[in-house]
Design a protein around this ligand. Sequence first.
Ligand code: EPZ
Length: 422
Amino acid sequence: MDSILIKGGRELHGDIPIAGAKNACLTLMPATLLSDEPLTLTNAPRLSDIATMTTLLRSLGAEVQGLQDGQVLALSSHNLVNHVAEYDIVRKMRASILVLGPMLARERHAVVSLPGGCAIGARPVDLHLQALEALGAELELRDGYVHAKAPGGLKGGIVEFPLVSVGATENALMAATLAKGTTELRNAAREPEIVDLAQCLRRMGAQIEGEGTETITIQGVDRLGGATHRVVTDRIELGTYMLAPAITGGEVTCLGGRIDLVGAFCEKLDAAGISVEETEKGLKVARRNGRVSAVDVTTEPFPGFPTDLQAQMMALLCTAEGRSVLEEKIFENRFMHAPELMRMGAKIDVHGGTATVTGVERLKGAPVMATDLRASVSLILAGLAAEGETMVNRVYHLDRGYERVEEKLGNLGARIERVAGI
Ligand code: EPZ
């Protein structure tokens, strides 16, 4: 297992490219299952999660080709030979559940392994299943798999989500495009990745209105065609790299960054004393003056503060002047970066879903361990600002969601290198 070694304390300066959104790409790729015509995705990120989704789609008989060094994905599922998404692949990546809705809608049957939990929580899929049942699916849970059937095809209906779920909204949205009649998704997720998916489905011929609001209405059609679609910018990678100059004291422009993708996050940066300027190249970020100020953060569904930036924000607040309270309202166990940050001298008190951070002048480099994707990059950010050396172990977590992190940060002046594992 590889590690990342950082010699901290250097200000970062320059431009950093932001890739296409992992969490958009992971729902756009299964959309190929809705049509027998080719789907081309441009601006695709080069990440291990994308490789896992590629393996899964190929196991179903879809063709997936990575072109231009993986930045273009050419997908086609005109010849699906297998309707079982095996546990061995699904267990590696929970987003695999997103093949269920499209495969059921077009093929009228699907067998998908339940994904199981992960480090940050139990991550049930009950809302996905409730939504598909509301569209007429017959579901049976057996031997750890969801056996789904819709012999006469799915039928439009009302889907009332009891709580906001990104994945369940995506599964239901894709399934509804081929359901007979009208579907209304109520209390739908509003994330930019949902908007991106709806725009791609519309290019394929779907009839959708209201994406980005809490109610999405879909008129089912008999079939969908092919499309070419550019994956939206990754707002979580954007927010993560905006924190690099914030924590080191430099000035960095995140190329292609847009304020509308990170509105609530920018409000907190502003309150912490970080300036964000929208330029024609992207978002230019710098500290307004000396030390960062403490701010309180509560994670919420979009357009609130994203849970996927909570760990990274905590790293910044570990060096802020004053006390910050972070409330994690989306997942039940998303503070695993806290004990690792404390190994670097951070002062963090965790009680249930609340973490209280008392800022310190300087963190100290130390060997730390990545536990999940966003926790791992939070430790990288802390290492950039810390005095001395930080070795982040188990960085396979990092490679799931961040392309070439050491190269991108190295280009900004960071002293960072990958140490090949034994
Ligand atoms: C998506 O996960 C993202 N993953 C997550 O990003 C992100 O943290 C999350 O949305 C919230 O924004 C992808 O898009 C691939 P949810 P998802 O359904 O869809 C509960 C990252 O770091 N819930 O919105 O799984 C769930 O337990 C990853 O890139 C149910 O109870 O998230 C959670 O508490 C991590 N039943 C809450 O809802 C369900 O059927 C929100 O989950 C589904 C979800």
